[in-house]
Ligand binder design. Sequence first.
Ligand SMILES: *[C@@H]1O[C@H](CO)[C@@H](O)[C@H](O)[C@H]1NC(C)=O
Ligand SMILES: [Zn+2]
Length: 487
Amino acid sequence: MWTIISFCCLVFVGVQGEPGPELWRLEASTHHRIVRDLEDSGDVDVWGHSQDHAQVLVEPEAKSRVTRALEEAGISHLVEVEDVLGLVEEQRAQRRKRSTRSKRAAQALDWNSYHDMNDIESFINWVNVTGGDFVQVIPAAVTEEGRQVLVVHVSDPTVPEPKKKIWIEGGIHAREWISPAVTTYILYQLVTEWRDMLQVTDWYIVPVANPDGYQYTFSDNNRARMWRKNRRNNHARNGRCKGVDLNRNWNLKWGVGASSDPCSETYKGPVPFSEPETDGLQKVMTSIGDMDLFITFHSFGQTILYPWGWTNNAPANAKQLNHLAKKFADKVKDTSGGKIDYKIGGSGPLYGLASGATDDWAYGRLGVPFSYTIELPDEGRHGFLLPENRISSTVIETAAGVQCMVSYLANFGSCARRKTRTRQPIVTPRQQNYTPGQLSFAPRQENLNPREQNFTPREQNFTPREHNLTPRQLSFISRQNHALFRG
Ligand SMILES: *[C@@H]1O[C@H](CO)[C@@H](O)[C@H](O)[C@H]1NC(C)=O
Ligand SMILES: [Zn+2]
């Protein structure tokens, strides 16, 4: 019976082109052992997570194996999208049409379309040149294909420490295109509209942590659009299975919930930090040391996740992590007019156990007290193929959420715990030279009372009721935790 059906369908698809992968909805959670096994062996590529169903991509050659395994386990499924490559082709055609039409602005970037590595590199150059003393571009690694992994440090050198240190990473998974759109937009905001925040904060932005993989998703092959890993040659199965999942390669409880099969989308690599991208980034992060906030942007799922990923246990400051996540979620909801409603939770409990991710490492090894993975919109309707007309609203809402979190953490600006109004920045002659023309500080008000002027953010402890520990104390606790878990 099954052979007849597949025979008929293959012939049918064959008329229009080679059979492509299908998107299936399984009536089982992604935590289900069968689903995990199929992912580990590379037979399915898990896209969507929820408590009661899993969304998985199934290649034609794996269909019969997957069907059999599901039948044996009594898990039903339905085909959500039959022609995934068709959707990819549709979006590609739209991009082709547009790119022949439009001339790009000086900064080589906008947030109405998706941009490849060449555009993003020009943008980083533009930021570097216009940023002057405020911007420093740190090369963290050179990839297999010779691209640089760049960290953009944005800081006001005239403002002395202490300042809150914030690390933002994007594009570690190649196909999650909305992620670099968000990181580049935050970078743009920092060197234009958000300059007053540099009075109290210091930022490190990694626009694209996986440049080879990301660029590969822009190649002519429609299948490449779904690539997740980097592009390293694993020398596995005659070079058929390339790449390591860079978000399974970090050294904390490495191996839990990650695949050892080089063909799997969640291949963890031969050893922790085997990849130039992860090893280079961890070295820069370690050299910076005491960071206050770490965020890595992924898609999709509209969920803000905090550690741990490798265990279902709650971290020591789960309550504070949840509280700060809510600042983000509430601000996004507000900015989107109620449309974008984030879920919040631990990544193990919500997404299933997985180790080797950056947020666990930043939290557990580096001791960053606030560490998050933000799964950007949507909830699964378009998934990785979020249409271009969703980019601008998504980056604006997300940036507003991040600004609110940071404002809360630094007790400065619109989401400050104490209702100070934004301090008027001190404009030095050097700052005035920062960029020609279009940038302005636009201080919102003039009359600060003396108490407000004297406050320095580090002195402001968390209020006792919700936060009985300072961020530094919390980071000490998370280091202690790490020592406990090591045993
Ligand atoms: C950034 O700009 C400075 C000059 O302001 C230059 O020396 C440096 O090489 C630039 N960095 C990159 C990565 O382009
Ligand atoms: Zn991801």
